[in-house]
Every structure is written in C-alpha cells, then in structure tokens.
Design a protein. Sequence first.
Length: 284
Amino acid sequence: MIAEGAGPVVVLLPSRGRDSEDYDEVAAGIAKAGYRVLRPQPRGTCRSTGPMKGLTLHDFARDVAAVIAHAGGGPAVVAGHAFGNWVARMTAADHPRLVRGVAILAAAAKSYPGFAGAKRLVEAVKIENADTLLPLIEKLAEQGVPKYRQNERPRFFISYPQERPQEADYVEIALMRQNCDVFRDDHTFEGGKPVLAEISENICRADIFVALWCKEYACSPWCHDELEQALNLREANRLRVVLLSLDQTRIVPPRARPLIGYTCHTRLELEARIRTLVDLAKGR
C-alpha cells in the first residue's frame, strides 16, 4: 500500500490489472489539499500477494476494508477507476461503517462480464431505474396511509429473524444515514412467549414496518406475531407494511401476499428499496 498526506481518508483504487501507482499525480494533489491518501496495491501487482483463485468482489472489498481499518477506521471516501468502481461500491455495501462516500471514475454502468457475480451486479445497477422501482412505490401508496408528517423524522420498525442480523444491521445503518428513527427487535424469545410490550409499542409508533422476508422468517412464530400486529395496524390505516425478500421463499400469510416485494439479491438492491421507502415516508 502507498500512503501519503494527513487528514480525512481517501482511498484510490485502480482498474483491473493496473497498479495504484497510476494515481501518482492525482494522489499528490489530493494529499496536498489536506487529505490522507491510501492506495492499496491489488492482489498480484507489485509486492501485493494473496490467493488468486475463486475470488469475488467481496474478497477485494475485504482487502480495502482492512486497509481502511489499519489506517484508523475511517470512514473514508473510496474512489474506484473502471473495474475499481465495482470494488469501491462493494466495499461500501459490505462495510458501510468504514465508507462515507464512493466516487466512480470512468465506470461501466451496464455490464462487466468475466467475473463471478457479474450478472447480479449488473441487475443491481439496473434496479436504480425508476421504472423498476415504480411497482414498489405504487404498492405502498395503495395502502392509503397518510403521508409522513411534515418536519418529523420517519420512523421504521425492522422485523427480522435472529439468523439474519447482518441484513438487519445493514438496513438499520442505511435508514439512519437518511435521518430516520429505527426500531428493531433484538430480543431472544423462548418458545410460547408473546411479543414484548416494548416491541408492540415500537411497532405502533412506526410509520413503516419492514419485514426482512426469508425462509428463516417464514419459520419463526415470533416474526409472524410481529407481522400480524403490523397487518392489523395496516388494516386500521395506521401503518404501512412492506416485505423485503432476501431469498426466493414465497410461503407468505394470505394477508401479506400482496405486499411481497422483489427479491433483493445484493445489498445494492436492498439499498435501492430502502431509499424508495424513505422517499415515500417523507412524501417525496
């Protein structure tokens, strides 16, 4: 890794097959402006080593995250040139606490064949298209709940199974970044126990109830109890309810079937759904 300067952290990622020395002049200018510039040398270039078989973008993102953490934990602005843009975006998706922003330079926007996971990433880019998100917006708008109250922070309740804490963490961080209040159920329940009064109160206080739907959710009686309460509030015109699908599970209670959304294969897709929900809650 090449490091220079002092101040807020900026990470520069080169294109595929290139070394971070490509950024010599750019890095010097950024460092002179008062920033600490980190240039990780990708695996297989210069003195950088590491396994080179079976790699995914998650592996490259972990490399970048390790650099940021070693430098003090950031959060950093990560800039990626060409193929490096995919690595920058995956770093932000997988390690949101370490990344404050992403800059994409000369980036492919529609396709990038030749590596594992390319198809899903292409779809994640396409999901930003408003036409793709429109069905979700219309589905929520049809619920007829009044728009979010003027000048107040949107309130979300995240319902998720205990086996999916990482997805819940990501949704919570994404919502908090957009100035939302977030409630979630982190309690460990015993068999036959009802939903705690504290959880019920937070569901009632929410503007939008978000269920992270997956096979684990479908098998959890406690998740179903939370969902049933939310559906009752929805029928009373007091709450919006949306199911964000994390897998292909379609074992859904009859009352919730009209609310099931597109499956989120990647965190980029999940983030796009979250932005849509926040915009709807704020009445945009």
